[in-house]
Design a protein around this ligand. Structure first.
Ligand SMILES: NC(=O)c1ccc[n+]([C@@H]2O[C@H](COP(=O)([O-])OP(=O)(O)OC[C@H]3O[C@@H](n4cnc5c(N)ncnc54)[C@H](O)[C@@H]3O)[C@@H](O)[C@H]2O)c1
Length: 314
């Protein structure tokens, strides 16, 4: 597999970034969007073939990988079709809208013999990369507490799912990734502030082994854009900003702010995706990560409905 060829399904607000990055990486072969004018616009910009029908694209093209950027509630049906054609599949987060569909997709990926991965992009953010490295090297001892804030006014783009499935899932993944284990218990309070159609406010606690805890605050209400994480460790504190990628380490010796070169997370993510496929390796995010993330998100919604903690065995 020397000259790679990738197709992108769904070219709206986020899919257009997949197109740009794959075009930059020289692997963009074709795209598919049910919106004809969108499909035509991007195919002209990037000089690639355009389809409005996924079946037609999968029958006609010989693709090494397909990335899926359709609305969340369509992830399962689109990803199933691609996997059944035995094509490596990258599906945007969350992997599926329900864990029942997630289980089926994990099985389908096993049967297909190709790789399935999920767009948990923050793992490729330089601030998270630096933090993961510091935790692995135990620079500040053991991590105890993660406190996430992902807040800004709703742009009105996502209409098929609420804030937990759309936004909080980023931080659920980062918590699992940094603690390197699954939570044992979830307690959440959710709210509908700006619209009665879907939750736009979430505050949740994930309890891990021992004292390890993640507090995740997400909302589409706050006018100020906040995307921050504080990691309290036994010997110091790490503070990072997901947007600027600035990462600060504070301990008894003082403050250290390493000079990180800003890197676009999506470019890093897709470079790693292609690299894994070219080397026949499972990409960093495994199907099980996608499934467990959805199980945790569902538990948070159930916790809010019942007013009780939900214990997990994943
Ligand atoms: N990783 C990230 O940081 C990030 C950021 C934003 C969105 N996303 C994810 O990307 C996905 C898409 O979000 P968006 O904001 O781009 O949505 P969007 O509504 O702007 O775009 C979706 C596109 O899919 C097309 N589409 C719908 N059904 C289709 C089908 N059956 N076949 C082909 N095309 C179809 C629509 O015409 C539209 O162009 C969501 O799952 C979202 O969670 C990820």
């Amino acid at each position: 597999m020397n000259k790679f060829s990738v197709g992108v399904v769904g070219t709206g607000g986020w899919g257009k970034n997949h197109l740009r990055v794959f075009s930059e990486l020289g692997v963009l072969s074709c795209l598919c969007d049910i919106d004809q004018s969108r499909a035509t616009q991007w195919s002209q910009k990037y000089g690639c073939k355009a389809y409005t029908d996924l079946d037609k694209m999968l029958e006609t093209e010989h693709l090494d990988a397909v990335t899926i950027c359709v609305p969340t509630t369509l992830h399962f049906s689109v990803a199933s079709k691609v996997l059944k054609k035995k094509i490596n599949t990258f599906v945007e987060k969350p992997m599926t809208a329900t864990s029942a569909d997630g289980e089926k997709l994990v099985e389908l990926a096993k049967d297909s013999g190709v790789f399935l991965t999920v767009g948990f992009i923050e793992r490729f953010n330089q601030a998270v990369v630096e933090t993961k490295k510091a935790l692995k090297e135990k620079m500040l001892g053991e991590p105890l507490l993660l406190e996430f804030h992902r807040e800004n006014k709703w742009a009105g783009v996502i209409t098929d799912v609420g804030i937990v499935a759309d936004t909080t899932v980023h931080d659920i993944d980062t918590a699992r990734w940094l603690f390197d284990e699954e939570p044992k218990v979830v307690f959440a309070r959710l709210g509908k502030v700006l619209s009665d159609k879907r939750e736009d406010f979430a505050a949740m606690t994930l309890g891990f082994n021992g004292m390890k805890t993640a507090f995740i605050v997400s909302n589409w209400v706050t006018p100020k854009r906040l995307r921050q994480l504080t990691v309290v460790c036994t010997q110091g504190v790490i503070t990072l900003d997901f947007v600027s990628q600035e990462t600060r380490f504070d301990d008894d010796k003082g403050t250290r702010i390493p000079r990180l070169n800003f890197k676009e997370p999506l470019l890093e993510e897709m470079t790693a995706f292609l690299d894994a496929l070219k080397n026949g390796r499972q990409p960093l995010v495994r199907p099980k990560d996608g499934l467990n993330n959805t199980i945790i998100a569902e538990a948070a919604i159930a916790s809010n409905s019942t007013g009780t903690p939900i214990y997990l065995n994943i």
